[in-house]
Design a protein around this ligand. Sequence first.
Ligand code: PLP
Length: 403
Amino acid sequence: VSDPRTLSKSIMSQQSIGQSVFGGAFTTPLMILKDTAVSNNLERMSRYLQDRDASIAPHVKTAMAPVLFTRQLNAGAWALTAATISQTRVLHEHGVKRILLANQLVNPAAIRWVANRVANSRFEFMCFVDSVSGVRILEQIGEGVAFDVLLEVGALGGRTGVRSLDEALAVAAAATESKSVRLVGVAGYEGSIAGRGADRDRVVREYLENMKDVAVRLSEHGFFDGLEEVVVTAGGSMYFDYVVDILGSPWSLATPTRLVLRCGSYITYDSGRYLSSSPFADRVEEYGPPEAALELWATVQSRPEPTLAFMDFGRRDVPFDDGLPVAVAGRTQERQGLTVDGLVVRDLNDQHAFVSLPADHPLQVGDTVGFGVRHPCTAFDKWRQLPIVNDDYIVLDLIETRF
Ligand SMILES: Cc1ncc(COP(=O)(O)O)c(C=O)c1O
């Protein structure tokens, strides 16, 4: 007997809209997004930015979901940030008019694609540079198009970005000499240098102070002369308050500055580090706490030992690079609430989750459990579609991802 309305990970349709996630049509595992959490997260950030006179170019790599980046634009985003040219193309396809590529642009095919779009459409594009070679490559391949670039400031032992003021001055000089490159500001990413040590707040603050120093020195050398505004951009979801403290107004440059944060994870957070490390969790409390928006629902398929159960999800379905999922809610087969105290995901295979539990836990084969994920940025790429649900778990829309 077949049920034509069965909705699965690989086959979901508009028929799911209006249905309950628990109504019997959906198969598990199922990753869902909670609409109220997404709205509150967006609204909280908008209020914060308005109060601090800062802009945001949300990093879309987290979700790569047109419905969500449209919501971010509607919430007042100044631009959208991409990490790759492929992500940039998806944004461009969706009519996004100002894109910040938070990366170096050095691949010839990518440079030609950008040059063509900048020359032929109303499209503002900015990317990072951190070397004289990078400037030269843009010049040689860019077919006369003027690229707006941000000088990326790095840190010793960190990721991309210049390591010294001398290097910054050399790259800025190369950009200024070149007709194909216009230096429009400075960029950095404190998240990649913060590390996990107890001194990470100090490391981040020192890095941001150094970024500010570089911007001031570039300005003193006249590298920003003639600009309407200098773009200063940094700030993921964990330290944006420090970014605003240090790189927000007031500046003493001859040219006005625009501070642009690039938070990505803030749209959903997670049930781990991204939630607990958000400035909204403790340092900036007046806007309300951050809310985890992602949940994975799965079914108990086996309890072969008293203290071991298996759920029907695995590494194909959830992030596993920053901790394993955490059980947040349970439902019996009779749709009654079920405690998830004591359930711990201890390992994942491709399509199985190993769950440890107390021998006297009432969990049975056939029960369903909701899990919060850890690390939002590696959650969405495992799903082509995710239902977005209201507080009663009724599907409001299907979110497509475009990785
Ligand atoms: C360059 C850059 N900017 C911004 C972000 C966004 O940070 P978060 O995921 O903490 O929001 C990232 C994340 O990896 C990044 O690499």
